[in-house]
Ligand binder design. Structure first.
Ligand code: SF4
Length: 365
């Protein structure tokens, strides 16, 4: 744990894609002039928080594609589930579409960090689209597990949220073998062909505790249920949940920065409440923080989902500063230094043009 009071230096807290990236504002006021700190009111700032390696890479891929090929660059679905990131990239020339048939024949399209099914790859090939696949490698790992277990003729129980892009992509790898289990309440409805040939996999951004509850119930029904070869809930999701669990019992209120469609951000609110926070709210930006939420609070916890640029967290710190919270104490439970290289096609195009393909390593929050 470390203590710090404002002002911070901006770059100290910016994750890699944003520090020095022209697409995003690289500075916000550290404190609104005139804000008065009230003794005893403090912010507990979770670490790790914010950008994970998969999001960092996906956003970087779109930025580099825009710089290298020039706009427009089409992106299927939101590149990551964050409104600020999508709006900012749109202003730079990215065009977000729902499906590949909205992309002009022969144009360039980026697939989002959440991954796509083989059918989407086939549709893109049929339209002669140049693709850049920014699927997070940790999602690709789950796709490969699904293919492997399907080829072994397993029934695959995919724990996740029906309709989420990541779940659709994974399910599309072996639709005839995969059924989605939305949570503990759906375990009773699961029907399998052979109870001795069943495996569970999961979406990468779920609540660890709820997923384990679902698995335990599944195992009661299918004692020979096989586990995935390694954790499907990714390191970033787990780390952010561990950090918020640690600070939540000390907090009157926990604020989570993240968009409503960001699964891991929504999970952080649930985890904070389960871990003992008096209340917890998700906000897209500082403007959504309501003074009445924190009026009677002494300690406010603050964290952000894996698709959230640090600048949005800084804005919330500034906002809380205006509301009297002058001290910031970091609660760190892990340090992350994972970095993924750019998608293959993009890397080779940059290389051929003599452009740099390495990605500067900067410490994450
Ligand atoms: S949350 Fe996890 S799986 Fe999703 S993009 Fe980030 S690192 Fe990859």
């Amino acid at each position: 744990m470390s203590r710090c009071t404002y002002p911070w230096t901006v770059t100290q807290y910016l994750p890699s894609s944003l520090a020095g990236a022209s697409a995003f504002p690289d500075a916000v006021p550290a404190r609104t002039p005139g804000a008065v700190a009230v003794p005893g009111k403090k912010i507990l700032l979770a670490a790790p928080r914010g950008y994970c390696a998969g999001v960092d890479r996906a956003v970087d891929a779109v930025e580099k594609a825009l710089a290298h090929y020039g706009p427009p660059v089409y992106v299927r679905k939101e590149i990551v589930h964050n409104r600020f990131v999508v709006d900012t990239l749109s202003q730079r020339g990215a065009i977000f579409v729902d499906e590949t048939d909205e992309v002009p024949e022969g144009a360039r399209v980026v697939f989002s960090a959440h991954g796509v099914s083989p059918a989407v790859h086939a549709q893109a090939a049929a339209r002669n689209l140049a693709t850049i696949d920014a699927t997070c490698p940790l999602v690709t790992k789950v796709h490969k597990e699904a293919v492997r277990f399907a080829s072994g003729d397993y029934d695959i129980l995919l724990i996740g949220h029906d309709g989420h892009e990541e779940v659709e992509g994974t399910q599309g790898e072996a639709p005839e073998h995969i059924q989605v289990v939305n949570g503990p309440h759906e375990v009773d409805q699961v029907v399998v062909r052979d109870p001795d040939r069943v495996v569970w996999l999961s979406q990468t951004t779920l609540s660890v505790d709820e997923t384990m509850e679902t698995v335990a119930l599944l195992r009661q029904r299918f004692p020979n249920l096989q586990d995935p070869p390694s954790d499907d809930i990714c390191y970033a999701t787990q780390n952010r949940q561990v950090a918020v669990k640690k600070l939540a019992p000390r907090c009157d209120v926990v604020i989570v920065v993240g968009s409503a469609n960001s699964s891991n951000s929504v999970r952080l609110v649930e985890v904070a409440l389960e871990a003992g926070a008096g209340a917890s709210y998700r906000v897209d930006s500082a403007a959504e923080v309501r003074p009445e939420w924190v009026a009677d609070a002494d300690t406010v916890g603050l964290t952000s989902g894996a698709s959230v640029p640090e600048i949005l967290v800084r804005d919330v710190v500034t906002r809380l500063g205006e509301l009297g919270f002058g001290e910031v104490e970091e609660v760190r439970t892990a340090t992350e230094d994972i970095m993924f290289s750019l998608p293959k096609n993009l890397r080779s195009d940059l290389k051929s043009a003599g452009e740099r393909v390495d990605r500067p390593h900067r410490p994450r929050s």
